[in-house]
Design a protein around this ligand. Structure first.
Ligand code: UD1
Ligand code: MG
Length: 457
């Protein structure tokens, strides 16, 4: 049985990010860099994933958790030295092939890694390496070939002659090795002055001089190998992955009117024929149905939105909208807000930890917190649930078909009956029964209203 181990190098200190956070924990499109690497390793069916980390990587270990083997590279002595730290774990596991790449290249595609692994496996090559043709050499090592096109060496930029510097085929730092060959030969790599680091690309020299064959998978999309060493690179990587995510959604039937100003995190789900307007941010944990209109100027995070919904210039966090609900402009749904089917919430509304049953309307300037609102209720402009007494939060229940007059203050805990009617400016401090008309400050029950049976012809 063939076993593939993937070794991800992430022992770099990331000093140029000038951050308190470990480099590989910096998020790109809503997902920490290390998770991009691990996800790619999983996507190609790695049987073992080994993460080489440096000191101060406790937060990385804690974040990644189970399913990944951690090895420590105490001293950062170069890329070959980093791989040597993984030798015992990989040998104990019994891998036949070892894929190596960096934890700070989140745009690397799983398809590319899979192609490299396949290339090594299907040939008798001791390893296959990934190269890219690029106009800007980005400080990468150059791939030097002989007259017949056989790879001879990787020459680092610092050691390159003008002739070699002119080569446009670059070493991406991604390799898939035959495991036995790797462990026999990696020990033979000598440190390179002036920093005396053990350079992994030196395997090319070793193989070439022993007459071994080396395979190359050459890509032409430089964006894929954008590494992250500083915050400029981080922004660039984020741009590349946002572009890729947007393209995927568009190819799956989502309209994005201006992809350059639409920021969708990885793993966000969007249904067909939904239209996303500019300056919209869709963050992790968001699921949007079909035929919705989202944005412009909208932020949605961790929220579930059904089919046929409209969200205009609004913010949603941890909220839910059922089919046909619409909000905005300038609405705010906070954690636990749930708008039932067809609910309308107009401008300057805020809802937190509340359910509004189907058909309820809340047109203007209102706040509902910790409330359960029945079907077809009309919440007048400027209605406020006073849910906080300075110490505790209290619930409000409003029955179906109730009519809440504009400017009402509902002091919780509060109960307003079905079909009850509150006059404008009421201050509710006592329960209002079913079918009661109430108003005043504090609101008093004035009379019981006659029920109108709407179903009568
Ligand atoms: C390396 C290659 C170069 C290639 C380039 C592509 C070497 C010597 N050179 O250069 O040919 O073009 O990648 O990006 O390999 N790391 C460790 N431990 C170490 C050293 C590095 O974990 O001791 C990790 C770093 O976290 C980093 C990655 O390996 O993610 C690359 O290391 P770096 O020293 O930056 O190599 P490059 O200069 O990029
Ligand atoms: Mg370096």
């Amino acid at each position: 049985m063939h076993r593939l181990s993937t070794v991800i190098l992430a022992a770099g200190q990331g000093t140029r990010l000038k951050s308190k956070l470990n480099k590989v924990l910096h998020p790109v499109c809503g997902r920490p860099m290390v998770d991009w690497s691990v996800a790619a390793a999983r996507a190609i069916g790695s049987d073992q994933i080994v993460l080489v980390v440096g000191n101060d990587a406790d937060a990385v270990r804690e974040h990644v958790g189970q399913g990944v083997t951690f090895v420590l590279q105490e001293q950062r002595l170069g890329t070959a030295h980093a791989v040597m730290q993984a030798q015992k774990a990989v040998e104990d596991f019994g891998a036949n092939s070892v894929l190596v790449f960096y934890g700070d290249m989140p745009a690397l595609r799983a398809e590319t890694l899979a192609a490299l692994v396949a290339r090594q496996r299907e040939s008798d090559a001791v390893f296959a390496l990934l190269s890219v043709i690029a106009e800007d050499p980005m400080g990468f090592g150059r791939v030097v070939r002989d007259a017949k096109g056989k790879v001879q060496a990787i020459v680092e930029e610092a050691a390159a002659s003008p002739e070699v510097l002119a080569i446009r085929e670059l070493n991406c730092g991604v390799y898939c090795f035959d495991a036995d060959w790797l462990w026999e030969n990696i020990q033979r790599i000598e440190p390179t002055p002036p920093k005396n680091e053990y350079y992994l690309p030196d395997v090319v020299d070793l193989a070439a001089s022993a007459g071994e064959s080396i395979k190359v998978v050459c890509i032409d999309d430089v964006e894929e190998i954008q590494g992250v060493n500083n915050r400029v690179h981080l922004a660039e990587c984020t741009r590349i992955l946002h572009k890729r995510i947007n393209q995927e959604h568009m190819l799956n039937g989502v309209s994005i009117t201006d992809p350059t100003s639409t920021y969708i995190d990885v793993d966000v789900v969007i249904g067909r024929d939904t239209v996303i307007y500019p300056n919209t941010h869709l963050r992790a944990g968001t699921v949007i149905g079909e035929d919705c209109s989202i944005g412009p100027n909208t932020i949605i995070e961790g929220s579930i939105i059904g089919d046929g919904c409209t969200v205009l210039s609004s913010m949603l966090e941890g909220a839910r909208m059922d089919d046909g609900a619409n909000i905005g402009p300038f609405g705010h749904l906070r954690k636990g807000a749930h708008l039932g089917e067809g609910v309308h919430m107009g401008n300057f509304g805020e809802v937190k930890n509340s359910y509004l049953a189907p058909g309820t309307k809340m047109g203007h300037f209102s706040y509902l917190g910790d409330a359960q609102v029945g079907e077809d209720v009309n919440i007048g402009a400027g209605t406020i649930t006073c849910n906080y007494d300075g110490v505790n939060k209290h619930p409000t229940v409003i029955g179906r078909d109730a009519f809440i007059g504009s400017g009402s203050l509902i002091v919780a805990p509060a109960q307003i009956g079905e079909r009850a009617k509150l006059g404008a400016g009421s201050v509710v401090t006592h329960p209002v029964g079913d079918d009661m008309l109430a108003y005043g400050q504090p609101a008093r029950e004035i009379r019981k209203m006659e029920r109108v049976d709407e179903d009568q012809d």
